[in-house]
Ligand binder design. Sequence first.
Ligand code: GLA
Length: 361
Amino acid sequence: MSSRILSLALLAAACAQPLAPKAAPAPRTLRAAFDGAFLVGAALNAAQFSGRDTLGGAIVTAQFNAITPENALKWASLHPRPGGYDFAAANQYVAFGERHGMFIVGHTLVWHNQTPPWVFQDSSGNPVSRDTLLARLRDHIHTVVGRYRGRIKGWDVVNEALNEDGTLRSTPWLGIIGEDYIAQAFRFAHEADPAAELYYNDYSLENAPKRRGALELVRRLREQGIPIAGVGLQGHDRMDWPTPAQQDTTIAAFAALGVHVMITELDIDVLPPDQNPYPDSLPDSLQAALARRYAALFAVYRRHADAITRVTFWGVSDRDSWLNNWPVRGRTNYPLLFDRQHRPKPAFNAVIEVARHAAER
Ligand code: GLA
């Protein structure tokens, strides 16, 4: 064989060699990082789902695979007057979700906030009867859930019905209808869309007395044959609460009842109460502490991937967060994974790392 032919043959053989296997690149999106474990979602404002906030919208479509509307499906937004529905924003929200192949969540059908006073009153301003309120509740749920039947896949049917001690919160719903308002709301939602997943959603269920109340509520609903698919732990967390152990116990307790668990409104308040110490930027030390805190929480969620179906952040970037205005207005807070310029923060990397370590095990 001539040396020329020999070198061509060697070249061909070299090309035929499979390339040395390279480590797969680590996923750089939340949705890919937790693929197979749980969905990762964000709560959207109207600017994001209408296309006005293109930078925020781009993060949503790249990073997340589930969406919740911050306000567009609340009673006050949809049904501000008797008989007067306004579906403009809700339609845009659902269309955005469908365009981008998202799991679309409905939030929320029954709540004591962001519900107009007319719902509970007659034309003279007196409280309506149980039957009237039940009829209004049925009409609202049938209209809203029915309209998006098959498109909105899961509904927060009842939001925040419990007190800190686990008893039922005193609201016009409880006062006028009585304790069965919760079961009735689930029944109406199930009639309107039998395939939709139905959830109970609340905050501070990591505290034992309130958790016991919620566990009891879920047990009672199930005994009555109410199709409750899951419980949403809102997850408006602080740097020191809940502890990973409290989070772990809480997820395990609901999972043991056989319902799905979701973290539905995750953010971490880094500011001391009533102060605004970092109007320009978050000190590096706190940025790192926030990253460690997010990693600790996600390690718990990831361990419970069998029970947890979704983790949703309450907002996309720090500039969108309600925590800039609560509990006091006009603060500069840093609760999420993307900063005010929409750049990923160290906490974003820390969360992705949790997924990578879990995948390696
Ligand atoms: C509650 C509600 C949400 C939202 C947040 C704060 O947790 O469930 O809809 O209003 O508070 O913005």
